[in-house]
Design a protein around this ligand. Sequence first.
Ligand SMILES: *Cc1c(COP(=O)(O)O)cnc(C)c1O
Length: 457
Amino acid sequence: MHYDRDRLLALDLEHVWHPYTQMRDYARRDPVIIWRGEGRRLQDVDGRWYWDGVSSIWLNVHGHNVPELNRAIEEQLQRVAHATLLGQANVPAILLAERLVRIAPPGLRKVFYSDNGSGAVEAALKMAVQYWYQSGRPEKHRVLSFVGGYHGDTLGAVAVAPVPAFHEPFYPLLRDPIQAPYPDRYDCPGCRGPCRLECLNRLEELLRSHAHELAAVFVEPLVQGVGGIRVMPDGYLRALRELCTRYEVLLVADEVATGFGRTGRMFACDHEGISPDLMAVGKGITGGYLPLAATLATDRIYEAFLGEYAERKAFFHGHSYTGNPLGCAVALANLDLLEALLPQLPARERLIAHELERFRQLPFVGQVRQKGFMVGIELVGDPQRREPFPWEARAGWLVAWRARELGLLIRPYAHVVIFMPPLASTEAELQEMLALLYEAHQRAIPDLERAARGEWS
Ligand SMILES: *Cc1c(COP(=O)(O)O)cnc(C)c1O
């Protein structure tokens, strides 16, 4: 296949508005234009191969062009590409729901489909609020979330946890969530000594004083992703579950990033043996193939929506492509592969941890954080004082641009370099990717030195 790169780039610049991208800046960086993928790598239209070091934004599980996943879509395509789920059913949506319930934390027995993670979070928010409304407690309609949390970009998801850098223009459209400090194991003095989970005190105070108006607590279980791969101390999530039960507030686990093996277990909640009342999943659900997401709910929540037709208690929410058969079919095939892969993850996780050790000695590295296949390397201008680079320095990008030169695609968040390889990456592939990341960091040292002096472009 031969593509005219110049023409494609001109058309791209003319017509495509890229997400999370300053378009004035975009062209200057000589954008990568992908035309195909194979295994853990992607190829651009000039024929250059790159490792997919962030799983195409945290989605990809088994790699690209996976025969089993391709076949699942091809076979479903012979039958039907789409039929609505509004008031009728389709075969893959039924089978996937049963499968999700089987692997999800116990008690989550109902599956509501949507097509992206933000939508799944938003559905959870609406379910929580409508649940209390229909249970005779309409005053319970606020949410509690954690500082640094991220739950998506649609307005409902932003209302759960606005990220100041992204969402400030929309503040007038939102109702403030109540925000609890995030228990970051890496920054907590308690975590360095004998941990007594003192971080729970403030949370409990907030719950005590706001429970009467709170519908739900939203949490990214175990790891804040966009917040910079921040890991909770052991036991926190379990304690949060108990507090939510005690104060009669629903617990919503946003497993959009952490679900489907990303933290080393099927779901992050599994590490602590807890069941949330609602759970949002997306990203890895289709192995990174098609846009599909879901909100899982307990019977107790579901039953609050049952009533006579005239009572209007149904969940009036849905999308054109809800429960898309192609997406559900590939999700089923993804789960077949993933269940076979899970036992191999601990060894790969340890290998990543081992390879990361030497990153700690690199200049400008403040912290190296990891949970499963989620890695965050925090860059600091002044390692002694652990002072992060300012946003304008684009410190993470200084490393990411070097990585790209070396054939590794990653996408940082501000001053945190994020590495999130596909779960099926072999040990040799992980070693190769981490060697490139290390070299990229070394090459970026002069750039980081300039940035530390306040010189950035
Ligand atoms: C990515 C993400 C979302 C949003 O999912 P989209 O599919 O991008 O809408 C929500 N929550 C978390 C924790 C995420 O990482």
